[in-house]
Design a protein around this ligand. Structure first.
Ligand code: A3P
Length: 346
């Protein structure tokens, strides 16, 4: 992928503000325009399952290289891995859905763009755009239709996000990745609430079963988490591994960690001026939840209402949804999968 950002202003800039050749930034690709074939991968020949509770074949998952990806995003996995050439100062946020992606997108954007957009500024992009409009979603952009050209137009450093597993990151390597994980039982509960915003009939039991069986979008959870965990252990300068619960406990310290990792540590003067505090406040659940843009409308290209991205934002909500047996079962699966890896959720 070519870079034409030499004369552009410093990034990241809000993705929604970048227009390339009058192409609409946020249209949904019609399903028939997705490439079903890419090289030697025939998407329609991959094992398939419907997303839990879905009767709609458009909500099909395909098992690609051990992960259950939304069917329309399989070409994106291939494109991301084989064709996407990151710039050395690119930063990719990676996560499973419902692990705090929106929050981390907001924090990373506010941190990396703070010189152009001071967090206390009345014209900060996060006051008029959702975090996902500021930070492009690679899985949708690389899914077909030539939309990745929009990424070329972004000035460096670029900030992007993906839900793809670590093995599907660009094989060219060379960019920094910030991964956020969350306690799996809470992730399951959050996923159920989110999906219920458009499928009110979806039972928690169905969601739980699909997660335990590994066949949920981007699952199995544990393989996704382990891939990034191992990459962070072997290359901590390339992959920063964050936890949602830690962000809740001490957001400021995690923002500092993030800033150091992306090569933009806070100066003493910024510390004294309260810049870190400003970023944490701007990106707090209350702040984001109450922005007009986040209370109304739908996620770009998706059917989910934006307000469904902001719910309770706590650790331990699983106790309100799981029986002790369900909790024990999921804990056992996770403990078994993570055994002897050095990673735990206890
Ligand atoms: P809950 O459903 O448990 O409340 P994602 O962004 O990956 O979809 O994750 C959504 C989860 O992150 C939701 O969890 C949501 O409430 C929580 N969240 C969103 N913004 C947040 C913020 N600013 N601070 C803390 N949690 C936040």
């Amino acid at each position: 992928m070519a870079t034409n950002a030499a004369s552009a202003p410093a990034g990241p800039v809000p993705f929604k503000d970048v227009v390339v050749d009058n192409v609409d930034l946020v249209t949904t690709m019609p399903a028939e325009r997705y490439s079903k074939d890419d090289g030697d991968v025939l998407v329609s020949a991959l094992p398939s399952k419907l997303v839990a509770g879905s009767t709609n074949s458009q909500r099909m998952l395909r098992c690609y290289q051990g992960f259950w990806l939304p069917e329309s995003f399989v070409p994106a996995a291939i494109g991301l891995h084989r064709r996407f050439v990151p710039r050395p100062n690119d930063v990719i946020i990676a996560s499973l859905p419902k692990c705090g992606t929106t929050w981390l997108n907001a924090l990373a954007f506010a941190t990396m763009a703070r010189r152009s957009y001071p967090p206390a500024g009345a014209d900060h992009p996060l006051l008029r755009l959702s975090p996902h409009q500021c930070v492009p979603f690679l899985d949708a952009l690389l899914a077909g239709g030539g939309r990745e050209a929009r990424l070329d137009a972004l000035p460096s450093p670029r900030l992007m996000y993906t839900h793809m597993p670590q093995t599907m990151l660009p094989r060219a390597g060379g960019c920094r990745v910030v991964y956020i994980c969350r306690e799996p039982k809470d992730t399951a509960v959050s996923l159920w609430h989110f999906r219920r915003s458009i499928h009110p009939e979806l039972s928690f039991a169905d969601t739980f079963e699909s997660i335990c069986g590994g066949a949920n979008p981007y699952g199995p959870f544990w393989d996704h988490i382990l891939g990034y965990w191992r990459a962070s252990e072997s290359g901590p300068e390339n992959v920063l591994f964050l936890r949602y619960e830690e962000l809740l406990r001490d957001p400021a310290e995690n923002v500092r960690k993030l800033a150091r990792f992306v090569g933009m540590p806070f100066s003493q003067a910024e510390e004294e001026a309260g810049v870190v505090r400003g970023i944490v406040e701007l990106c707090s659940l209350e702040s984001l939840k109450n922005q007009e843009v986040n209370r109304n409308g739908y996620m770009d290209g998706l059917k989910f209402p934006r307000k469904a991205l902001f719910r309770k934002g706590v650790a331990g909500d699983w106790v309100n949804h799981m029986t002790p047996e369900m909790a024990r079962r999921m804990d056992e699966i996770v403990a078994d999968k993570l055994r002897a890896t050095g990673l735990t959720f206890q």
